[in-house]
Design a protein around this ligand. Structure first.
Ligand SMILES: NC(=O)c1ccc[n+]([C@@H]2O[C@H](COP(=O)([O-])OP(=O)(O)OC[C@H]3O[C@@H](n4cnc5c(N)ncnc54)[C@H](OP(=O)(O)O)[C@@H]3O)[C@@H](O)[C@H]2O)c1
Length: 328
């Protein structure tokens, strides 16, 4: 019988999500890779429980995480049933709908029909009455935004989600969506998008908008799926994301240019007394509007290493300038 670490709240840092009352851990755990039915359940369990023992109270999922789509939610459902049920009120569990989930016109994009049916399916797989955060996973160019936001508002009114969020929406679409939600009496809690040293697209328009609107921001792929770690310094390991056939990080993405930058960054990280992954996470967290970073993982040791990034979050002006020089 799992007993959570008594000291789990002692070292994790928590930050209020935008202007809401909800605090999120600065690092959250994502179930995109390594939690589906093709992954080893014992390994998935070890990662989730290691994270919780370190104060990571937020698990991020989506209807389609697997493979097979849906199976990451089944994994968390089993964990909740067998280990984490006594801790449900200490957990923030999110899921999403927006990408292809089932055949035909009602299993994709942003219609009311798809979002609400998908949320019901997610709750069944998770074995929960409600999720804490329900996201629209990507903007739908065809469905009126009013309909999609109406579906998110319905999820809250039906008690199936406590909060709602947007993912992969542009600044302009986020602003419109937030207003439509406000019209329905609901504050948009959070926006989820990619952000890392190699992909800084949200810095100029999205982040300032979210701050102004009081919407929290949670970043994914802060480690560029592993490119901002030492994972590929000696080739492509067979058990790595790029080496194990993921369609999201093909070996061709491990380029000489990315590796050269990663090696220079690694030298700077070592001079700071950190690993490259720790410095990459700390660098993301220098931006105050970033409420949390969702880390991915394939082993509990990676989670331990990544959480230790919180021990050294400050950067000197020289270090920041050196990072800009390397990334230029
Ligand atoms: N909303 C969206 O559209 C969207 C899109 C993508 C992701 N997400 C969310 O964000 C989460 C994280 O995304 P991500 O997996 O791309 O994040 P990431 O943190 O950039 O990459 C995770 C990978 O980095 C490697 N890694 C992590 N810590 C390491 C360490 N200390 N040393 C060496 N390697 C390390 C591992 O690779 P190996 O597996 O090779 O060991 C791990 O699987 C997802 O699970 C999901 O919840 C959301």
């Amino acid at each position: 019988m799992y007993q959570a670490n008594e000291n789990r709240y002692e070292t994790m840092l928590y930050q209020r999500c935008g202007q809401s009352g909800l605090k999120l851990p600065r690092l959250s755990l994502g179930f995109w890779h390594n939690f589906g039915e093709t992954a080893d359940y014992a390994a998935a369990r070890a990662m989730a429980l290691t994270a919780f023992d370190l104060g990571i109270t937020h698990f991020d999922l989506a209807n389609n995480y697997g493979p097979r789509p849906g199976s990451a939610e089944v994994t968390l459902g089993r964990l909740l049933k067998e280990d984490l049920r006594p801790y449900r009120d200490e957990l923030i569990i999110s899921t999403k709908a927006g990408y292809t989930m089932w055949p035909g016109p009602y299993g994709d994009w942003g219609s009311r029909k798809y979002l609400l049916a998908s949320l019901d399916q997610s709750l069944r797989r998770l074995g929960l009455d409600y999720v804490d955060i329900f996201y629209h996973h990507r903007p739908d160019p065809e469905t009126p935004l009013e309909e999609t936001m109406d579906a998110l508002a319905s999820a809250v009114r039906q008690g199936k989600a406590l909060y709602v969020g947007l993912s992969n929406y542009s600044a302009a679409d986020s602003s419109r969506a937030a207003r439509l939600l406000e019209d329905r009496g609901i504050h948009c809690l959070i926006h989820q998008s990619r952000y890392n040293m190699f992909d800084r697209g949200i810095e100029t328009d999205l982040l300032p908008l979210l701050e102004q609107e009081g919407i929290g921001c949670i970043a994914f792929s802060s480690l560029a799926q592993g490119l901002l770690t030492n994972r590929y310094f000696n080739g492509i390991p067979a058990d790595s994301r790029a080496g194990s056939g993921s369609q999201f990080l093909k070996p061709g993405r491990v380029t000489a240019e990315a590796l050269a930058k990663a090696r220079q960054l690694d030298q700077l990280a070592q001079a700071r007394g950190q690993s490259l992954s720790q410095m990459a996470l700390a660098w993301n967290l220098r931006l105050k509007p970033l409420t949390s970073l969702i880390i991915g993982s394939s082993k509990p040791e990676q989670i331990k290493e990544d959480v230790a990034a919180l021990n050294q979050l400050t950067f000197s002006a020289e270090e920041l300038a050196r990072i800009e020089e390397i990334l230029a």
